[in-house]
Design a binder for this molecule. Structure first.
Ligand SMILES: [Zn+2]
Length: 365
């Protein structure tokens, strides 16, 4: 299939506008039109992973971490980033990154950590703003159902566990067409009054062009009147980190054993244990330190994440146990997650997991 078919599907699950400002998710190397028959999945796109893709006949690498975060000014092979990009281009290997956009969804990296730890009732710890927009349009009465159906089918009208959400108010529209107009009702050059319904609904910002297309195709008027509003509401199902509960509270030592076992980590760096039972657990794969205050505010007993620095551990302030399980370890199930996502949608497309352990951190035990 075309590479664009694969990436469009991934972006329908984890849209690119869900990524953080510093991130660089998306197609980093490659032509969307190129044909692909096999993908290689990895957490990091290192030179060894590019070599593995070449050796195994994969035309695309899907990696969690983007190989390129910032601008590259020279391509002379001095750094591993330049060498990876250069080799991938020379050998026709595409590189696609699905990073903080995959972290942000309800079925992403953090959801997989919650599942692995057996947490129930998992929800987003810090929901994102500015991802939802509002559409208002004015439709003649006899076309209201058709237009609503089209908008809902295109992805509008979803709030939490509810779909087909809209507000509808009847009123009167007026219009007068000029000589060049071909109005659906009324006469040219005369003001026409029409009974209309004002339909209001919400939609994910990333679906805007699809929704406007659906509106214009379903609406009978030559000129479709509509208003688009930016909303600052939170998107409850998109954001950073997750929080959930253990079915049975555990004492802190037993819980850390549980984490060590399930997350297959050699060592956990943690703050002082508080002698309490652990029930509520906040998680964030990778560097999640920025979420600490949200984990505390949400009443988490333990915050599981990675990349903590010495001074940052003090911020626990006896209110929570910070448990740093290692960056690679916290995200190791992401490869399997991507594998399952792609296999489910494209059952006959070949997907392989990298055999390279890309963790740059080694433990001397
Ligand atoms: Zn990461």
């Amino acid at each position: 299939m075309k590479l664009s078919a694969l990436t469009a599907y991934l972006e329908s699950l984890a849209p690119l506008n869900y990524q953080e400002d510093y991130d660089n998710s998306g197609l980093i190397v490659g032509n969307p039109e190129q044909e692909v028959s096999q993908a290689l999945i990895s957490l990091d796109c290192t030179e060894a992973v590019v070599d593995e893709a070449i050796a195994t006949g994969c035309q695309v690498i899907i990696s969690h971490h983007p190989i390129v975060f910032k601008g590259i000014k020279k391509f002379n092979g001095k750094t591993y980033v330049e060498r990876v990009v250069e080799k991938a281009i020379r050998k026709g290997i595409a590189i696609y990154a699905i990073h903080t956009n995959l972290d942000s969804i309800m079925t992403g990296v953090n959801a997989r950590i919650c599942e692995t730890l057996g947490l129930k009732n998992s929800r987003i710890l810090l929901p994102k703003h500015n991802l939802i927009k509002k559409l208002v349009t004015y439709v003649p009465l006899n076309h209201a159902d058709t237009v609503r159906d089209a908008l809902f089918a295109a992805g509008a009208g979803n709030i939490g566990n509810y779909s087909e959400v809209s507000f509808n108010a009847e009123g009167t529209g007026t219009f007068k067409g000029n000589d060049a107009a071909t109005p659906y009702v009324g006469e040219i050059g005369k003001r026409h009054k029409e009974d209309e319904i004002r339909i209001e609904t919400v939609y994910p910002a990333n679906l805007e062009s699809k929704i406007l297309m659906a509106l214009i195709l379903a609406h009978p008027y030559e000129e479709v009147a509509y208003d688009l509003y930016n909303l600052t509401n939170q998107h409850q199902q998109v954001g950073s980190g997750m929080i959930g509960e253990l079915e049975m509270p555990l004492n802190e030592e037993s819980f850390l054993f549980h984490v060590k076992d399930k997350m297959r980590t050699h060592v956990i760096r943690h703050t002082k244990l508080l002698g309490k039972h652990v029930k509520k657990v906040a998680v964030c794969g990778g560097s999640g330190g920025f979420l600490l205050k949200h984990a505390i505010a949400a009443g988490a007993d333990v915050f599981i994440t990675a990349d903590y620095k010495y001074h940052e551990f003090f911020d626990a302030e006896g209110k929570i146990v910070i448990a740093d399980i290692g960056h690679f370890e916290s995200e190791q199930f992401t490869q399997q997650l991507l594998y399952e996502i792609i296999r489910k949608k494209f059952p006959i497309f070949a997907v392989r997991l990298t055999e390279v352990n890309t963790n740059p951190v080694k433990y001397f035990i």
